[in-house]
Design a protein around this ligand. Sequence first.
Ligand SMILES: *Cc1c(COP(=O)(O)O)cnc(C)c1O
Length: 393
Amino acid sequence: MNEKNGKNNECVLSEEEKALMQKLAAEHGTPIFVIDHEKIRQNYREFEEHLPRVQAYYAVKANSNPEIIKTLYNIGARFDVASMPEFMLVHENIKNLPDKERQDWIWDKIIYANTIKPVETLEALDKYKPLVTFDNTEELKKIKKHAPNAGLVLRIRVPNTGSMVELSSKFGASPGEAVDLIDEAFKMDLVVEGLSFHVGSQCTNFNNYIQALQLSSNIIKEVASRLDKKLIIVDIGGGFPVKYDKKVKEFKVLAKKLNSEIARLFPADMHILAEPGRFMVADACTVVAKVIGKAVRDDKPCYFINDGVYHTFSGQIFDHCNYPVKAFKEGDKQISAVFGPTCDALDTITLSAELPELDLHDLVYAENIGAYSHASSTYFNGFPPAKIIHINQ
Ligand SMILES: *Cc1c(COP(=O)(O)O)cnc(C)c1O
């Protein structure tokens, strides 16, 4: 497989990989969603290599395929889950695997990083003594009553400026109320272990991380001086950007900034966690679909393919992400529209793909489609999600 072009360029399939995609489509039919496990391992290694102080907890919601969970676990990942089914999915898939534990991590495997938890979930989680996030008083009361054995992490609200997906309007205590909330938790006899934040998904504005780390450090110092309590976790969340296009700066540039800020702001025994989702899986998956119908409208070629925004391309709606549709076929390109198979006009993948003239049954593909794609695929209109194929497992 190609070396991801050393990640210096946007991730594009090599000729060899394109041939493999066509072969797999011939063997399995379409649409197929191809997961390259070697690329996932490369992403994990890159993360670990550039952020040696940070333990990655893979955010399962980005792509919850159980085989991805196993691959990441085997290479040293831990997990961020945000629902009881995700928790059980991870638990079931890793409980029998041998543990190459990094012993210095207290919370061995899973952080439950949804600040809002149904009572039933808290009750089910309590026996695992989980690490859970919270950001308000009501949640503290619920945790006290239904999961008193949990360890707590306060999620703070931090700038999400310029991130592709904004999260700060829904989650996070304002930094000004953080110390009071932590005080309240300790007074309830709960244990607050640390802080977390999320700078917004696909964060290309690295200042968001810098500001968030500074805010965290300020809070930790105030907790020490005012409450005489030591926080031992800083969870820097997700947001690590994928090179969907050349404009996105390289990960190692961000990593360098993070390393020096972490060293400047936190003592060496502070546990630094992160919750990368997109970064681990986005460029590891490719969808292959075929043309099932064509038309010309206002002189523009229009292609209907057997995957769309209710399916693998759902990220175009939910993730504000755009996946260029490409053809394997060569030829003069024209601006073309590409639609999904359902009867809804929302099922429009693009009105401006650059494609050669395609015929019925020709194959098209979209790369870098591993995050927030298949995970939010539906059965709308009776069309099932794309078939999953694993390579380099
Ligand atoms: C979605 C999410 C993540 C993963 O974010 P990415 O931008 O995909 O890395 C991490 N943590 C939390 C709490 C999330 O909600």
